[in-house]
Design a protein. Structure first.
Ligand code: NAG
Ligand code: NAG
Ligand code: NAG
Ligand code: NAG
Ligand code: NAG
Ligand code: NAG
Ligand code: CU
Length: 601
């Protein structure tokens, strides 16, 4: 379907009006169809003071929050008013009965090409925090992303009685959980994703250096004095550039002999000019006693950690799934993952600093926002309040031995009935590897980006047999899959993401996975496995593999016929090929509506 330019500019105007309204509060208790129009345009923005090209969603990035109530039907109409092809993926949404709305080009649909409109339809079977983003090349890093919040229905058991036994507290937390404050995290580069990729190809060095960290799309460039970096210096990280990056010739981090550090653009790793752009404000009402902060890492490169001055974070949800609450000071958030935390609003009425930091060796960098105990809706501030018990210094250094950081492997799903099956029917061992300066693999061979342009496998499942067998996994409905990811030494942690149904993370350890099955492994190393109450997630972060391999095991049930995707969520890695297709019970796929078989032709 082609749309006229006049219509497009009208849409842009409407988008701007919608923008000015407060985030849509879902107020009806009757399930309904909620419609959203997302229009993607090419534009410019300067959240950290440096103007660059961006793809905007209704004129902004992050795009508008999509809010609905569990049980609602969503109808999300995406208009491509940009010059590039893309699709939109709803990250963490299980797509029960709607495999055609998962948004992976070449897998579930054809590209939405410039001038086209594509309508995604899915049911909110889940509750909690999710997000949407472009799923082609590295485009989401240019701005096509936003949060999704699905308000839990009233029959869903909540874990708040494990935080407090006071009925008033529990009731305040239930209310907070229905209307959380989204805290969206991202890292920003001043080259767009296409240019970033070209620089990697030109120099054979991944561009592991960002310009700023943003919270809800706002932030600042910092060029801290060299002494700030002193606590981070180690034998393999001896020197930091003005913007806190390791040098591009550091062979511990940039290991490829064909890398050309001499060709690096100094604008990427070295040059730093600080800015004074405003910070985001996250407002809470102290009269509501508790607030829910909904953190999502929408970054392209870095794992990010977060803390809030003077406030314990009672983590109660991970990837939209309730887990038994844990009180911590810092949450580490791998890319793609979400955590929700209650905070008790028992501090003096004031502003408190929200701190974030890159949580990986190659870069020392922080970002900030303000938690404000005020009902007013001031969106930004120009300066931060005084530090009050900060949990971390610039760059994430922990300041106090009693500070606690969430260990996501210890999260236990709530309610307890959400335990994994005791046995599996299929075992797959995948080798996560870097096979050249430009290639990353999830299993032996890289997934080829050109597959984005083929007839979607959902419409032609038989074509899967023509693909490289190392990147296709097929199994029938009712299977219980054990998928073992073995990371090759020299790799950072990989934030893997499985589309469709979530999986239990049942095992993690250092060393190779040297057994033929989980059952055998558990006999020899029971302490590395948990079949009783392991976390139930759609994101799985492997351990760093420095000198020896590491492994991570997920188990999942196949209950929803789907053709879908599993991949690393670091942009360089997925575009470098770290992805595979999952053919899940394809002989039981529901009939595909003609709208979806024809869309994009
Ligand atoms: C409410 O949530 C529970 C738990 O997720 C689910 O089993 C139930 O089907 C939901 N009810 C509606 C109307 O969505
Ligand atoms: C968009 O995708 C179509 C195939 O669906 C392809 O022919 C076209 O070249 C692509 N355009 C761009 C700008 O990549
Ligand atoms: C890396 O480059 C810096 C400055 O450009 C130089 O001082 C250093 O010796 C180089 N290190 C290596 C390992 O080549
Ligand atoms: C460390 O944190 C504890 C608990 O918050 C606090 O009582 C103590 O004063 C802190 N110590 C320092 C040195 O900041
Ligand atoms: C933290 O622990 C280390 C090692 O146990 C100790 O040397 C240091 O003094 C402690 N710092 C504080 C602030 O308590
Ligand atoms: C990882 O890739 C390297 C380079 O291609 C190769 O030598 C090595 O055998 C691979 N490792 C595994 C476990 O596949
Ligand atoms: Cu990765």
């Amino acid at each position: 379907m082609k749309i006229s330019l006049a219509l497009l500019s009208l849409c842009a105007l409407i988008g701007a009006v919608v923008l000015a309204a407060p985030s849509p509060r879902v107020d009806s208790h009757v399930t309904q169809t909620r419609k959203y129009d997302l229009e993607i345009t090419k534009g410019y923005n300067a959240p950290d003071g440096i103007t660059r090209m961006a793809y905007l969603v209704n004129g902004q990035t992050p795009g508008p929050e999509i809010r609905a109530r569990q049980g609602d039907d969503l109808e999300i109409s995406v208009t491509n008013a940009s010059p590039v092809n893309f699709t939109i993926h709803f990250h963490g949404i299980e797509q029960e009965g709607t495999p055609w709305s998962d948004g992976v080009p070449g897998v579930t649909q054809r590209m939405i090409s410039p001038g086209q409109i594509f309508v995604y339809r899915w049911k909110a079977t889940q509750s909690g925090l999710y997000w949407y983003h472009a799923h082609s090349r590295e485009l989401y890093d240019d701005g096509i992303r936003g949060a999704i919040y699905l308000e839990p229905n009233d029959s869903q058991p909540t874990p708040f009685g494990l935080i407090s036994s006071d009925p008033q507290d529990i009731s305040a937390m239930k209310s907070a959980d229905k209307d959380p404050r989204v805290v969206g995290l991202s890292d920003r580069k001043h080259f767009n994703s296409e240019r970033d990729f070209e620089e990697w190809q030109r120099t054979h060095i991944e561009q592991l250096c960002v310009d700023s960290l943003l919270i809800n799309g706002r932030g600042r460039i910092f060029c801290p004095p060299q002494e700030t970096f002193a606590p981070y210096i180690t034998p393999t990280a001896p020197t930091f550039t003005a913007r806190g990056c390791l040098l591009p010739n550091n062979s511990a981090i940039y290991p490829y002999p064909d890398g050309r550090p001499d060709l690096i653009d100094p604008g990427v790793f070295y040059d730093c000019q600080s800015t004074t752009t405003p910070f985001s404000v996250v407002s809470v009402d102290p009269e509501s006693k508790w607030a829910s902060l909904a953190f999502v890492n929408m970054a392209g490169l870095w794992q990010i950690k977060v803390s809030v001055d003077s406030h314990k974070l009672y983590v109660y949800s991970a990837d939209g799934q309730y887990h038994k609450p844990q009180a911590v000071d810092i949450i580490t958030i791998p890319i793609g993952q979400r955590f929700q935390a209650m905070i008790k609003l028992d501090q003096p009425v004031a502003d408190y600093t929200i701190r974030i930091a890159v949580d990986e060796v190659p870069q020392v960098m922080s970002g900030f926002a303000v938690l404000s105990y005020t009902k007013s809706s001031i969106a930004t501030v120009d300066s931060l309040p005084p530090d009050v018990d900060p949990a971390m210094a610039y760059g994430g250094l922990v300041l106090n031995n009693s500070t606690t950081t969430l260990d996501a492997m210890t999260l236990k799903p709530f309610p307890e009935t959400l335990a994994p099956p005791k046995d599996s029917t299929h075992t797959f061992l995948l080798d996560l590897n870097r096979t050249s300066a430009l290639t990353w693999t999830l299993n032996r061979d890289p997934y080829q980006p050109f597959l984005e342009l083929i007839t979607p496998l959902l419409l032609a499942p038989q074509d899967a047999s023509k693909l490289d067998p190392s990147i296709v996994f097929s199994y029938p409905l009712g299977s219980v899959i054990d998928m073992i990811f073995q990371a090759t030494p020299g790799a950072p942690a990989h934030p893997l993401h499985k589309h469709g149904k979530s999986a239990w993370i049942i095992g993690i350890g250092n060393g190779p996975f040297a057994w033929d099955s989980v059952a055998t492994a558990m006999k020899e190393q029971p302490s590395l496995f948990n079949l009783i109450d392991p976390p139930l997630r759609d994101g799985f972060n492997t351990l760093d593999a420095t000198t020896e391999p590491t492994f991570l095991v997920i188990r999942y049930l196949v209950t929803n016929p789907m053709v879908t995707f599993i991949h690393c969520h670091i942009n360089n890695h997925v575009i470098g090929g770290m992805a595979s297709v999952l053919m899940e019970g394809v002989d039981k796929l529901p009939p595909i509506p003609s709208y979806y078989t024809n869309a994009g032709l």
